[in-house]
Design a binder for this molecule. Structure first.
Ligand code: AMP
Length: 221
């Protein structure tokens, strides 16, 4: 069965970084609403123009805009996918169920006091969206992406004030999704603290354990 995964977790929990690695490993398509919206803002499309003020304020972009974006992406897809940043509230999760139900929801759990440090030191590649951290994962050359040579930038919504608002939105609107997917029996909780490699390993182990328990398979050798 194709993997249809959502990666849950607060802003700064490492979703973007882990999402890219997981998609390479599992050979599935990454769909990040944050990346798609930032691209729309950069290209000054009508969607970008409508979304920008919400994003800069750390608020959620209205459901109808984001759901339209996801519907277009998911319907055209063959094979599995991983969603990063969608769904972000219960309305989006219920709508997604009618488009394509998920079979795994991975929650990356990180204490809130670590999050601010992670986000404020975060840098992103303008071209390929690769994520760096000035201390935990610095680029080899300042402000240049190791992978594609693109210029690195700091997200405009990564300022301390906006991050606090994004955390509040997360607690109020997104956190209830953990119970929503737990009730469906597809929630996988993973400790998101530690190095990028440690967390990545933990996620792969947790997926393997989940699949074994669902399918009654023996442990991987
Ligand atoms: P992210 O890169 O996932 O942190 O998303 C950055 C910003 O894009 C968020 O703070 C929201 O303003 C907007 N955004 C991303 N995904 C969604 C979504 N599913 N629903 C509403 N707004 C979103």
């Amino acid at each position: 069965m194709d993997a249809r995964i959502v990666l849950l977790g607060a802003p700064g929990s490492g979703k973007g970084t882990q999402a890219k690695r997981l998609c390479d490993k599992l050979k599935i398509t990454l769909i990040s609403t944050g990346d798609l919206l930032r691209e729309a803002v950069r290209n000054n499309t009508p969607l970008g123009a409508s979304a920008k003020e919400y994003m800069d304020a750390g608020k959620l972009v209205p459901d109808e805009l984001v759901i339209g974006l996801i519907e277009e992406k998911v319907r055209g897809l063959k094979g599995g996918f991983l969603l990063d940043g969608f769904p972000r509230n219960l309305e989006q999760a219920r709508k997604l169920d009618t488009i394509t139900p998920l079979n795994m929801a991975i929650d990356l759990e990180v204490e809130e006091n670590l999050i601010l440090d992670r986000i404020v030191k975060r840098r992103i590649c303008q071209q390929c969206n690769e994520v760096y951290h000035l201390k935990a994962r610095p680029p080899k050359n300042a402000d240049v992406c190791d992978k594609c040579g693109g210029e690195l930038y700091q997200r405009t919504d990564d300022s301390e004030a906006t991050v606090r608002e994004r955390l509040k939105v997360y607690r109020e609107r997104t956190f209830p999704l953990i119970k929503f997917y737990d009730d469906r029996g597809i929630l996988i909780r993973v400790d998101g603290q530690g190095s990028i490699d440690e967390v990545y390993r933990r996620i792969l182990d947790a997926i393997d354990k989940f699949e074994r328990e669902k399918g009654g398979r023996p442990p991987a050798p």
